[in-house]
Write a new protein. Structure first.
Ligand SMILES: Nc1ncnc2c1[nH]c(=O)n2[C@H]1C[C@H](O)[C@@H](COP(=O)(O)OP(=O)(O)OP(=O)(O)O)O1
Length: 165
């Protein structure tokens, strides 16, 4: 399946909690998620991650680390989206809601609201929360139904990225 859009998704971490925002519009509206969006033309994936965090929750990320990648094969669209996953535990400024993510809230790792998130989130969040490099591939038959998925842990990011290609 040809890759269509490339996205980033960033998780700010503090004291065994992760900052999530409720998406107010567009893809994933009404669901809690990290902060991110489409990689623009002539923009690196890391720069997109930094820009989206600032736009969506107002902080400047200073130790962004890519931890994984999720490839979504969308049977209903005959295309694939790739989402690059980052974590960040050092940032400047105070987090605040934005037009796109409102409200925002720190969730304890043990209290993440999976029932109001994308259906694939529980499959790969454990790797992201433990800072383990991972690669996931998820096949959706429609926006809410997963047909199949594979998640693998890797020793390095470069190996993790290979599965998403
Ligand atoms: N299944 C799936 N497909 C696409 N995107 C995602 C998922 N699961 C996810 O968690 N995500 C993430 C990836 C991105 O962080 C967002 C979607 O980005 P979007 O809001 O469409 O991109 P922006 O560039 O911010 O959009 P506009 O500002 O142009 O509206 O969800």
């Amino acid at each position: 399946m040809p890759v269509g859009k490339i996205f980033t998704l960033v998780f700010l971490k503090r004291n065994n909690s992760v900052l999530l925002g409720l998406k107010t519009r567009g893809l994933g509206e009404g669901l809690w998620n990290g902060f991110g969006g489409k990689v623009e033309e002539n923009e690196t994936v890391a720069n997109c991650a930094r820009r989206e965090v600032e736009e969506e929750c107002g902080v400047i990320a200073s130790d962004l680390k890519q931890i994984g990648v999720v490839r979504y094969d969308l049977d209903y669209d005959k295309s694939a989206d790739v989402v690059h996953i980052f974590t960040c535990s050092k940032f400047d400024g105070f987090e605040k809601p934005s037009e796109e993510m409102n409200p925002i809230k720190w969730y304890k790792y043990t209290d993440i609201p999976f029932e109001q998130m994308w259906p694939d989130a529980p499959k790969w969040y454990p790797f992201m929360l433990k800072d383990k490099y991972f690669s996931a591939r998820v096949i959706y038959t429609d926006k809410n139904t997963i047909k199949d998925s594979i998640i693998q842990e890797f020793g390095s990011l470069s190996n993790a990225l290979k599965l998403a290609q």
